[in-house]
Design a protein around this ligand. Structure first.
Ligand SMILES: *Cc1c(COP(=O)(O)O)cnc(C)c1O
Length: 436
């Protein structure tokens, strides 16, 4: 299909091409659909994570306090909410942060999907070729005997940074030979940290979508190698979906309702679209029809929005419409969406927004100043969804609504990196004020 035809059918593509911040409402939202996953798949993942909890508590002492369960808090943003205390677009409901920036092991949402996929691979090997039984205490997997078994296998992943951190750290901990393929956006500190953890880091001067085939081919040449496929892995997807089961408990504990009169709107940064789609599938399955997801993407990399708008999904990339795919949000620097995101989200995603990079730096600084919470630039993307959403959807801007910004990463950032990001945000805020 030619670009002209696509634009005729979807005039909003013009805004994407012109890098205009957009609000896209999904016309297929809430229609009937057959989904490739079910509630049973989510609970299978929950059970597997429970089986591995004693192992995780043993090898990652930072998870001992939660008995090996990797989870993040749901935090009320009473102070940050004041940003939306404005006549033009006052936020009537309550604002919360799902603080995946604080998740143990990788300090990002990738601690959900990435770790889950490696655990599943390890379990398969330990059951088939080792002495593990499902009913055993899995902390035995930390023994020399099992580490020797795992050393015969390898794990490969391609990443812009955080997926490599989560998969890399867990895979080497089991004893797998681990190689990560890093795209040009990957931050130096993430590569350094991986090398310090005995992970082989291969660096590439190209974007993520170009690195993927290289990693995939290397994995395919080795029968004992497991490839963590960020462009379409079911295991990654279901690992992310588990978040919903945990969030349900946090919502009940904080007496936050979800029903017709009490909608919950969740704002999720999207890169390849895997993590926000997995989380959204989980939320719709566990919490029902009154939780609504908004994906947030950089104006230079609206990959999931473009794929869903055109229904071409992973068959179109942002490069096809002339965008450069460059953003300071390294976690979102993926030009082609995953094979799963558009397909599964077709009826589950409410809509999406795009934002200029400067917006996320401002939110990084404001979150630091007003709530003393540190996130990386990608992880502040959810905040960019609030204003366009309440402007376009007055029904969501009621006092009974709950708005949850999903903060997707940041607690492992070195101090210098935090300071640079913060300073950049502060400078932009001062600039903005000077122009008022
Ligand atoms: C990976 C990542 C995302 C987006 O997840 P995708 O699965 O690529 O859509 C968002 N924020 C951060 C910090 C990430 O690392």
């Amino acid at each position: 299909m030619s670009l002209e035809t696509l634009i005729t059918e979807n005039p909003q593509i013009e805004d994407l091409i012109n890098q205009q911040p957009t609000f896209w409402r999904n016309p297929d939202y809430a229609q009937k659909a057959t989904l490739p996953f079910s509630k049973t798949d989510i609970f299978d993942a929950v059970a597997r994570l429970d089986r591995f909890a004693p192992y995780l508590a043993t090898v990652f002492p930072e998870t001992a306090a939660t008995n090996g369960i990797i989870e993040s808090p749901l935090i009320s943003l009473n102070h940050m909410q004041k940003i939306w205390n404005q006549p033009a677009h006052e936020l009537a409901g309550h604002l919360y942060l799902k603080a995946d920036n604080a998740l143990p092991i990788s300090g990002s949402i990738k601690s959900r999907g990435g770790i889950y996929e490696v655990l599943k691979f390890a379990e398969e090997i330990a059951i088939a070729h080792g002495s593990l039984a499902y009913m055993y205490d899995y902390s035995i997997l930390a023994s020399t005997k099992f580490r020797k078994l795992f050393a015969d296998y390898s794990v490969i992943v391609a990443s812009t940074g955080n997926l490599a951190l989560s998969v890399g750290i867990v895979a080497t901990t089991f004893g797998f030979k681990t190689t990560v393929y890093m795209s040009h956006d990957a931050r130096q500190w993430k590569k350094d940290k991986l090398r310090a953890n005995n992970v082989t880091v291969k660096e590439f001067n190209t974007n993520f979508s170009a690195v993927m085939p290289k990693a995939r081919a290397a994995a395919a040449s080795d029968p004992n190698c497991h490839f963590v496929d960020d462009e379409g892995s079911n295991d990654l997807f279901l690992g992310y979906a588990v978040a919903a089961v945990r969030l349900q408990k946090q919502l009940k504990a904080q007496q936050i309702k979800v029903d017709q009169e009490h909608p919950i709107i969740v704002y999720l940064p999207a890169g390849v679209g895997g993590s926000p789609s997995g989380v959204t599938f989980g939320l719709k399955t566990i919490l029902g029809p009154h939780v609504h997801a908004i994906f947030c993407e950089p104006t230079h990399v609206p990959s999931v929005t473009l794929g869903m708008m055109t229904q071409l999904n992973n068959r179109i990339s942002v490069y096809d419409i002339g965008l450069d795919g460059l953003t300071a949000a390294d976690g979102l620097a993926v030009g082609r969406p995953s094979r799963l995101a558009g397909k599964v989200m077709r009826t589950l995603l409410f809509g999406s927004v795009t934002f200029p990079d400067n917006d996320i730096y401002r939110y990084v600084a404001q979150l630091q100043d007003m709530q003393h919470i540190t996130v990386e630039p990608s992880a502040a993307a959810g905040f960019t969804g609030i204003t366009p959403t309440i402007k376009n959807m007055p029904a969501f801007n009621t006092p009974n609504a709950t708005h949850i910004v999903w903060a997707t990463g940041g607690s492992m950032m070195p101090k210098s990196e935090r300071n640079t990001n913060y300073a950049k945000g502060k400078a932009l805020l001062t600039d903005t004020l000077a122009h008022v």
